[in-house]
Design a binder for this molecule. Structure first.
Ligand code: ATP
Length: 419
């Protein structure tokens, strides 16, 4: 077993090393909560690649939550959550530490949440997703720094391979498909052909994955800079389609996602929604059951497509552009602007987003009342008329607006029978 203690010294930030040393001393003092203690997961993977990562994952053979609470008090931190699976999170300063009870997992049926039983580190590593994530570093004082790598994770790291530990891995947990793709894009690795085969064979089991879990893994993809590569790959491998047959991403949307690396995730959701049909958006929303901002971002595209051709007309007045675009979420229109070819439609979108939507009449409702407009629906109708006039620049000053009101009021009163 190679010892990576020197590498830990070199690669891990001092604050992380200090937490790991403190954890080791808590474990030696309290063997009933941690008979064995290991660093696991992404930090081991990234350290062996010479990269720093932030989240500390610890696995203890014993009682994770009890150990977490002893560690938190030693670090002057807090235990922030405890789960039914024997895991707990500790926040100490800027560091977050996940503590898990080493466990074995079995799946009652494909895609189900696992049944969990306490186990040793070997079983704990065997339940993990990929070989590169299935390594542990022993943190007990006697064996500090010993690398435990039963599945060839180190060699896969060197060869840049993403490989599952067993052939039914995706049947057990289809969300691993999205994780595999995310690591492939992020690390520049390659999912091994045999793993791709297993993935494509068993992705149908995504049906058993809850909306919340599917959504969480999609969010992880959207949170990473290589999101466009991941989404393209997920579509190519049929993973998006197995989440929902309605889930497809137009080539233009992908390119736009790539071209806007600094935009927030919900903007990228709007880019996906921008080219969906109404039926596709509805079934994707049903499948993912996302929060309201996602619903709006996914759902607005098909409604926009119904009016897009009208925006190509050369004779549209600004007030007509406003009427067409007013009800849309700004984000959805920004997505359409990103996607639109350089035509009148694009110019209309730009003028609405950058200028027209901010144009308001100078007169307020109170001004209209003061000018003699009777309280009631006429106030709103006149304000709307003033707004159209301002959009079309047929009024400039306050006096222009008052003149318009005085001209229109008698006509409206007449039309309305006095109201
Ligand atoms: P990163 O946070 O950098 O994406 P990570 O490896 O820390 O990577 P987490 O999601 O924090 O990822 O998970 C921690 C570890 O838990 C993983 O390294 C892996 O060993 C294991 N793991 C997470 N999700 C799964 C899963 N769906 N199936 C099996 N093992 C998993």
């Amino acid at each position: 077993m190679p010892n990576v203690a020197a590498m830990m010294e070199r690669s891990l930030p001092g604050s992380v090393l200090e937490v790991l040393r403190t954890a080791a001393s808590v474990a030696s003092r309290e063997p009933e909560s941690a008979r064995e203690l290991y660093l696991v997961g992404g930090m081991v993977r990234d350290m062996l690649r010479g990269e720093a990562s932030e989240d500390i994952d610890l696995s203890v053979v014993g009682d994770g939550p009890a150990f977490a609470s002893a560690l938190a008090s030693e670090l002057n931190g807090d235990v922030t959550k405890i789960s039914e699976f024997g895991t707990a999170a500790v926040e100490a300063g800027s560091l977050s530490i996940d503590v898990a009870t080493a466990r074995d997992e079995t799946y009652e049926h494909p895609g189900a949440l696992p049944t969990v039983t306490p186990a040793g580190i070997t079983k704990d590593l065997a339940r993990r997703d990929f070989t590169i994530n299935a390594m542990a570093v022993d943190l007990s004082n006697a064996s500090w720094g010993e690398l435990i790598d039963p599945h060839g994770g180190m060699s896969d790291l060197m060869m840049k391979r993403i490989r599952t530990l067993h052939t039914d891995s995706f049947a057990d947990d289809p969300t691993r498909a999205l994780r595999a793709i995310r690591y492939e894009s992020r690390l520049g690795f390659k999912i091994q052909p045999v793993t791709v085969n297993d993935m494509q064979r068993d992705c149908g089991n995504f049906d058993a994955v809850s909306p919340a879990r599917a959504l969480a893994d999609l969010r992880h993809i959207l949170d990473e800079p290589q999101r466009a590569t991941s989404l393209e790959r997920a579509e190519e491998l049929g993973v998006l389609g197995s989440i929902s047959p309605a889930f497809r991403i137009a080539g233009r949307s992908l390119k736009a996602i790539q071209d806007t690396p600094d935009r927030e995730p919900i903007f990228h959701v709007a880019l996906i929604g921008a080219r969906l049909t109404q039926a596709e958006a509805a079934s994707l929303i049903k499948r993912l059951d996302p929060p309201v901002d996602w619903r709006a971002a996914l759902g607005a595209g098909s409604t926009y497509q119904e009016i897009a051709s009208v925006l190509e007309r050369s004779d549209l007045r600004p007030s007509e552009i406003a009427e067409l675009l007013e009800g849309f979420p700004v984000l959805a229109l920004e997505a359409q602007l990103q996607l639109a070819p350089a035509t009148r439609q694009k110019a209309a979108l730009r003028s609405w987003l950058e200028e027209l939507r901010f144009r308001e009449p100078l007169l307020s409702g109170d001004d209209l009342l003061a000018a003699g407009v009777p309280q009631g629906p006429l106030v709103g109708r006149l304000l709307a008329e003033l707004k159209r006039a301002r959009l079309d620049r047929t009024v400039g000053t306050r006096d222009d607006e008052l003149t318009l009101v005085k001209r229109r009021l008698p006509v409206m009163l007449n039309d309305n029978g006095g109201y």
